[in-house]
Design a protein around this ligand. Sequence first.
Ligand code: PEP
Ligand code: CO
Length: 447
Amino acid sequence: MSETWAPSSWRDRPAEQQPDWPDPAALEAVLQDIRRLPPLVFAGEARALKKSLGRVAGGEAFLLQAGDCAEAFGDFSADSIRDKLKIILQMAVVLTYGAGLPVVKVGRIAGQFAKPRSSPQESVGEVELPSFRGHAVNDIVFDETSRRADPTRLVRAYHQSAATLNLIRAFTKGGFADLRRIHVWNQEFVAQSSQGQRYEAIARQIDRALRFMEACGVDLGSDSSIHEVDFYTSHEALLLNYEEALTREDSLTGEWYDCSAHMLWVGERTRDLDHAHVEFLSGIHNPVAVKLGPAVTPDQVLELCDRLDPHREPGRLTLITRLGSQAIEEVLPPLVRAVRDAERSLVWACDPMHANTFATKSGLKTRRFDDILSEIKSFFLVHQNEGTVPGGVHLELTHEDVTECLGGGDEILDEHLTRSYQALCDPRLNARQSVDLAFLLGEMLQS
Ligand code: PEP
Ligand code: CO
């Protein structure tokens, strides 16, 4: 952190990907309101996640960070939040069982409402309008009113995040995440598939192990590791006005925390060392992450480490590589070596989604399950070769039965994509593909 860091010091630097708010006074009024609203997460929780990520960096745990590319204002019911949780709990069971490692669970949830775009404008025929930037900014409907940046959406994003978190806390601490309810996490349309049946087989074995422990006199009801789960939230810290408004001084330590989520990351498009987003992240004490695309250099990575983790704090920094299945084996080794040789301990996570996206002939954005798998395999291979720790994965997925990514056990083909394509932004793995991937990941971790 620089001597002069403050929650607002990013304002002195260029900030990419900020919306064109048409009415600055309206924006300021909204921010004024948000500054007075209670924090969404607490500093102590962010510190607990940092501690867990420290274990990930040391190879004693595995990070599963996953969720929607963009959360939607319309997709907001108790059932949908419960099911989003189910799929992550289910994957975590498969991974823990396969790898014998604790899984640190972090959702792209309860705040993932803002998107960076490759172009600020979108054209349809003769009409040009501002691009969709996520529900915290505007609406995806292609008309002038919907696409205008509306700051009252920031307040709505805050409230939806609060309500989502409230349910997550209830589900994870109030019995739903109890290991003895492991069968309930298998959604019906998953349970019928071969992946679902494979999951059931594990679940039955876990059941037997729990019954055995109970028979031996272990009181499972009083053991919080059996009936509670730690689940953390994360999103891209893109809209710096909003993040600043939720940045609060921790009364215990006097340190600043961005209380909009436990973990915040900067994206591939906003990770310039001297610009606003990195400045903002450098001063908050949450665990933070940076996305790294294929053009990144080892020097840039080391500079990001110095800037974002100057005190070499365990669990502070996660580097999320999104290099593409073709480029990863060439690009990743020099990055990993540079960090290893600088004797830095941090979390390496693989985002196998964002550099494997392409558009089909009909113009739909998609990804191939095989490319996703191949990038993860290469990620493990590189870390094995370099003697470093493949710490985790960062995935875009949904609990729903969508057809957005090609392949997988379902063998989704080009012509199937339109059947149930619901993504607001990037294509997500559906629940069956996700469980499938968890099994394959578990096997990789085992070996
Ligand atoms: C994302 O995570 O949705 C995203 C936009 O990623 P990236 O910054 O890696 O492109
Ligand atoms: Co995305």
